[in-house]
Design a protein around this ligand. Sequence first.
Ligand code: 13P
Length: 340
Amino acid sequence: MSSTELHETARAIVADHKGILAADESTGTMTKRLDSIGVESTPENRRAFRGLLFSAPGMEEYIGGVILYDETIRQSADDGTPFPELLAAKGVIPGIKVDTGAHDLAGFPGEKVTEGLDGLRGRLEEYRSLGARFAKWRAVITIGEGIPTSACIEANAHALARYAALCQEQGLVPIVEPEVLMDGDHTIDRCYEVTAQTLHAVYDQLFRFEVDLRGTLLKPNMVISGKGCPEHASAAEIAEKTIRCFLDHVPASVPGIVFLSGGQSELEATENLNAINRVGGPWTLSFSYGRALQASALASWGGDPSNAEAAQAAFVHRARMNSLAVAGQWSAELEQPVAA
Ligand code: 13P
């Protein structure tokens, strides 16, 4: 892929107020999700749920890309069409999670570094041949007593930059995901400070490794209070602080910022994205949600094939609400189901 193609792919994923469905939960995470609805986590049940999301009629109006997991990119729809092919036929760009998870950072209790660089070039080549056109790597930064350390931030930023350079070499758009976790009782201002430090380190490393920013997307956390913080910041405050932080630390040449939901409820994730777009910035500000696009659909499905249509409707509704939020045109009244 030429650099022009990388730029075009990055822009296409977030064109027309579309966003990304993150369906790349590792088997461990997917097992937790299925456990929560009392469904056994078998390859077939994971395939069935993801297949109903990908084949949901109309999802392609709001979803420009789907992030798959290694197991999922090799699975097929009920009619035998491989998932990457099914998505591409609908105009939805297939992507793939390529990191191998966050592991304890030696010598730094409570902190993690994401692994997966060894052998990555060969894996990217294979994923591209399976239909992937973009990739994702998630770094995790934890806020706590005396953490994050600069060692943790720098180790993760370095790995993200090496991953991004390898992706571009192999013709895949890298989604760069440095997630500052919502876990903890920290204030929104502490989240602001750590997000600023993290983004600064990430863009410093991307510059050093000569990554072409126009052929990347950023997948960050919003600047938001910790889950256990007694003061819950309003959507307006989240939006104002998120944009201020990003204006100072994310170059305008990055074509799109696709937020993760990170444990926000479906409604909060939509309301906050809408508020962020009401403030606006030089980048397209969209979504790459996992839980905030799937929670209602998963509950409606409950593992019963006869609920597939209801689950698809729940998923497409969330996708539409988030697409409206990208346009800054969402409002709470639109959440009321319209009587047939
Ligand atoms: P959430 O939106 O559930 O945080 O998932 C997005 C994701 O892909 C995290 O890596």
